[in-house]
Design a protein. Sequence first.
Length: 304
Amino acid sequence: MAGSGPAVLLVHGISDNSGTWLRVLSDLARTHTVIAPDLLGHGKSDKPRADYAAAAYACGMRDLLSVLDVDRVTVVGHSLGGGVAMQFAYQFPDRCERLVLVSSGGVSREVHPALRLAAMPGAELAMPVIASAPVRSLVARIAPWLPPVAGLDFGPDLDYALERYAGLRDPSARTAFLRTLRSVVDVRGQVVTMLDRCYLTRGIPTLLLWGARDRIIPAAHAQLAHAAMPGSRLEVFDDSGHFPHHTEPQRFLATLLDFIATTEPAQYDPAKWRSILREGRGPERAQQPATVARIDRYTVSSGS
């Protein structure tokens, strides 16, 4: 936690930790109160036998903010953290001023093959070997030479992904990782979608940030989320993969600060929220499954 001013909550992705935000945190803290926790089961936080679903993480963020005496935040979520951020906005709209989703999970089915394999029964037996230093070193050497269909194509994010896998040598971290992953992914891909609730972001300023070279959650998902979220902004970073806040930190920071500066924080109105819930998604409901299917086929066939 650093800085002073309007509060910004930064939520990292699966197998990651709060350190993922270090390239932008100090500059952001010049004008804002920045809160960047390690999620339960990640980093230096405890790793108990517990509920690691996105809804539970959202409740944890609500409780953390209460302890810190912070009432309202702009919530920024990366990857799994994007799903947590969306869940936070849905569960606690009175506490969400703005929503920023960075290479977010939970949009459509497609996800990197390595995550689908890790979600399979028995994967915990292989993970200590995969996380070992010799195997990670071998993967780092051969992966750039393999075709994308080999399942080891992480694009520009290979080195960082392998660093995250190193943390899974710890049994408690590995168990927490698998519980978290299996709550949102199975062998067929992502099983939790935010699309059925995207219409609820109406009235909440929303920014989508994605890397065009993202191999973990394809950039095509950004277009689908943008279409499903009324009034959202979309920024695609051509030179970035799954971690645009690493690859292009200055552009990321400038985009985030401009978004905050040019939008008014959402004001929670119980009557309006009730009306939006009653109206539901509207006529696009019947079209959504076909749209999802087209996006999934595109991401599989293009390898993007």
